[in-house]
Design a protein around this ligand. Structure first.
Ligand SMILES: [Mn+2]
Length: 197
């Protein structure tokens, strides 16, 4: 099997980002983005998705976290799309329910070749540790638009905002892991009746 790795650099006047991804990794993560709460969440993708992630960003944090969070989502989406390749032999769909104490989230993913996001997370607070949690929707919008995946994210229960979003990222990692897994019965086959994804 070809190595499922990618390295993408994306530079704008607002952010300078490098993303390295290995879909067949061990969950090793290195982040240097200047936004520790985002790093803590992306760490969940690496660990529970068993993908290696190395992400650096120099962003205009003196304005706010918005450009940094959205642009990392975009660049991660570009790297993911490159790494996943022609999708022959993969499971394509993945879903996971993940709890953390009182919180419970469900994430369903389809490596469909079409961007789509449905995200319903009724946050109980607007920010955690100074981080504006609304920005996670920008992160996932950036990701789906450039990875060309369909993503349904629902936080089903939760009182603590940190728990709500952490269960989302853990479930996203888990669902992603299943969707990108090689299915030996699908070897060499594109999992679509269209013959292309
Ligand atoms: Mn945590």
């Amino acid at each position: 099997m070809a190595e499922r790795k990618a390295r993408v650099e994306r530079n704008t006047l607002e952010t300078q980002i490098t993303v390295e991804i290995n879909l067949d990794g061990t969950g090793t993560a290195n982040f240097d983005t200047g936004v520790p709460f985002l790093d803590h969440m992306m760490d969940q993708i690496a660990r529970h998705g068993l993908v290696d992630l190395d992400i650096t960003c120099k962003g205009d944090l003196h304005i706010d976290d918005h450009h940094t969070v959205e642009d990392i989502g975009i660049t991660l989406g570009q790297a993911f799309r490159q790494a996943v390749g022609d999708k022959k032999g993969i499971r394509r769909y993945g879903h996971a329910y993940v709890p953390l104490d009182e919180a419970l989230s469900r994430v369903v993913i389809d490596l469909s070749g079409r961007p789509g996001l449905s995200m319903d997370v009724p946050y109980t607070r607007a920010s955690v540790g100074g981080f504006d949690v609304d920005l996670f929707e920008e992160f996932f919008h950036g990701f789906v638009n450039h990875s060309m995946v369909t993503l349904h994210i629902d936080n089903l229960k939760g009182k603590n905002t940190h728990h709500q979003i952490e269960t989302v990222f853990k479930a996203f990692g888990r669902a992603l892991r299943v969707a990108i897994e090689m299915d030996e019965r699908m070897a060499g086959i594109t999992p679509s009746t269209k013959g292309a994804l």
